[in-house]
Write a protein that binds this ligand. Sequence first.
Ligand SMILES: C[S@@+](CC[C@H](N)C(=O)[O-])C[C@H]1O[C@@H](n2cnc3c(N)ncnc32)[C@H](O)[C@@H]1O
Length: 263
Amino acid sequence: METFTKQETYIREFDPHDYFDTYYSPKAGALSGEWLKFALTNLHEAFSQGGVKGKNLIDIGAGPAIYQLLTACEVFETIITSDFLEQNRTELQKWLKNEQGALDWMEIVKFVCNLEGNSESWEKKEEKLRRTVKLVLKCDVLKRNPFEPLILQPADCIISCLCLEAPCQDVVSYCTVLKNLKDLLKPGGHILIQSALNSTFYFVGEKRFSSLKLTKEDLKKVFEEAGYEIEKIIVAPREDMSRMDISDYDSYYYVHARKPLTA
Ligand SMILES: C[S@@+](CC[C@H](N)C(=O)[O-])C[C@H]1O[C@@H](n2cnc3c(N)ncnc32)[C@H](O)[C@@H]1O
């Protein structure tokens, strides 16, 4: 068995529909409980009381998912979302164009409307997100410029969920990726990274993918080493251990950091 999942394997074996069914299908999805509550609450707080807002936001490694953008579209004028895989970008485009057969995020959209005390309907929320996302781009975080050959306008905010443990083989690589992302930010810009700790694998349908085993102790060190100012770190234990066969993480993390004004 391949211990570290290579890019060729991602290209060949990552199926966006299997990913959605495994993790986000209403009720049965392994991440549709604790994770979504954790991640969406953190984003809601950052984009409301936390005062994170601005002109442009870049989302890194979205997979086929849009949940992470549902609150961002209230406080950013433009959003660029991205993923390494063409099959994921195709699914994102399908949802953005409201095409038949697109993944159905409605339950999660309703959850976010509730969280925001949003009196608008979930349909209006979806329309707003569709209007705000301007581009779906290919990205490879391992590249010095993850959007090569494009040069993007520096962003006010970068977000990324459950992504960086996929391409990074070790903590040094994770740190290098954070540095690559820092160059996509304006001075003073925000980065919000959320994911799982102590995970060694995750399944997408029947396919197994490796995960970097990041620890709580690594977090502060790696963001500081990459040259960020840390605003907030939250670590929360995984309470529901029922699906350890799908992925073996033991907690969730959220890091809000900023690129220094004088970098
Ligand atoms: C576990 S999925 C997370 C998807 C989504 N962000 C979510 O919250 O469910 C990991 C994602 O990392 C992406 N990925 C793998 N290697 C990458 C790379 N080198 N650069 C950017 N994204 C990458 C995969 O295509 C996949 O969509």
